[in-house]
Ligand binder design. Structure first.
Ligand code: NAP
Ligand code: ZN
Length: 346
């Protein structure tokens, strides 16, 4: 069916209105009318072809929340009227080792992303949440807690799970000293989750002006990464670091913050990391690792946890036609702390 959307048409021009085709409902499909869609830095990377050539026109958006308006004949998990979400994944092979372990994001045959992905089953390219509606197989639809403000739930579908998953995987617990690097969409959720897990949370930021906010979000301390003296005082003291910086950067000053055997997990810079100093790793048996979003089961666990603990994102709701301005602000690290599009304005 013909659907109104907003798209990037090339790597340089502003996004603008566009019309896309959504497939007719297959037997296991859920038809979702989208209420809100968060704006992830990955949307901007994709719009600009930062990660290789994008398939234009591209409709970004993988922090989707809305209501079920129709279901296919064999859908059992959802019914019309349910509050639901869609994150970064809309399909995977469902039979490889990773899929068997509920780690569809590491599907050995390649998962289908919510946007700018080849749609192996139905052909064409997937289109994301900067649109009126979306059609998704029920296995990739999440149930959204009904006690939370819906606009502030949207970013949980990517920023939430991308920070939740590594904090859980590296078993962050009460008393650990955890550093969250970069206070943007991902970082602010990282602070909230690490705090909820009982950690002593240090916000590691380049922006002095964000310090007071970081404390309000739950950080116990703020460390200004541009100040080498401050950094030095924290050397060899962290149990875990979550690095959300969206571009390549010198990772060594951060690695030096880790204690013996501890790990810095990269989630931001999906590109070569220049000049990792072997000595910094070798001398304290330190680890550098990476993590990609999270599986569907884990995403549901995270959403349920947020419902129980009243955790949502801090959002600035925008109109669809304000997206280009939002991208410029995101590029300048001027987001508090996630833009969310109100799709009524499309
Ligand atoms: P964001 O809202 O723009 O936040 C990024 C923050 O990083 C900025 O607010 C800034 O924080 C800091 N920063 C920016 N440029 C920097 C630089 N040159 N040096 C040091 N710090 C810098 O972005 P986001 O939506 O949180 O996404 C972060 C990255 O994660 C993006 O690259 C995105 O594509 C990626 N991502 C990865 C996954 C995954 O599965 N691994 C999932 C979603 C997103 P301060 O002002 O506090 O320094
Ligand atoms: Zn994202």
């Amino acid at each position: 069916m013909s659907t109104k959307a907003y798209a990037a048409f090339n790597a340089v021009d502003p996004l603008g209105p566009h019309t896309i085709e959504r497939r007719n409902l297959d037997v296991n499909d859920v038809f979702i009318k989208i209420d809100y869609c968060g704006v992830c830095h990955s949307d901007l990377h994709t719009a600009q072809s930062d990660w290789g050539p994008t398939n234009y026109p591209a409709v970004p958006g993988h922090e989707i929340v809305g209501r079920v308006e129709a279901v296919g004949s064999e859908v059992t998990k959802y019914k019309v009227g349910d509050l639901v979400g869609v994150g970064c994944l809309v399909e995977s092979c469902k039979h490889c080792h990773s899929c068997d372990e509920d780690l569809e994001q590491y599907c050995e045959n390649g998962f289908t992303g919510t946007y700018n992905s080849k749609n192996s089953k139905y052909g064409g390219i997937t289109y994301g949440g900067y649109s009126e509606n979306i059609v998704v197989h029920e296995d990739f639809v999440l149930s959204v807690p009904t006690n939370l403000p819906l606009d502030a739930v949207a970013p949980l579908l990517c920023a939430g799970i991308t920070t939740w998953s590594p904090l859980r995987h590296w078993n962050v617990k009460k008393g650990d000293k955890v550093g969250i690097i970069g206070l943007g969409g991902l970082g602010h959720m990282g602070v909230k989750f690490a705090k909820a897990m009982g950690a002593h949370v240090v916000m590691i930021t380049t922006s002095e002006s964000k310090g007071a906010d970081a404390m309000k979000l739950g950080a116990d301390e703020v460390l200004i990464s541009k100040d080498p003296e401050q950094m030095k005082q924290h050397n060899y003291s962290f149990d875990f670091l979550l690095n959300t910086i969206p571009v390549a950067h010198d990772v060594n000053p951060y690695l030096l913050l880790l204690k013996l055997d501890k790990t810095m997990c990269m989630v931001g810079a999906i590109e070569p990391l220049p000049g990792v100093h072997g000595g910094v790793l070798i001398n304290k048996r330190r680890n550098i690792a990476g993590s990609l979003i999270g599986g569907i089961k884990e995403t549901q666990e995270m959403l349920d946890f947020c419902g129980e603990h009243n955790i949502v994102s801090d959002v600035e709701v925008i109109r669809m036609n304000e997206i280009n301005e939002a991208y410029v602000r995101m590029q300048n690290s001027d987001v508090k702390y996630r833009f969310v599009i109100d799709l009524k304005t499309l």
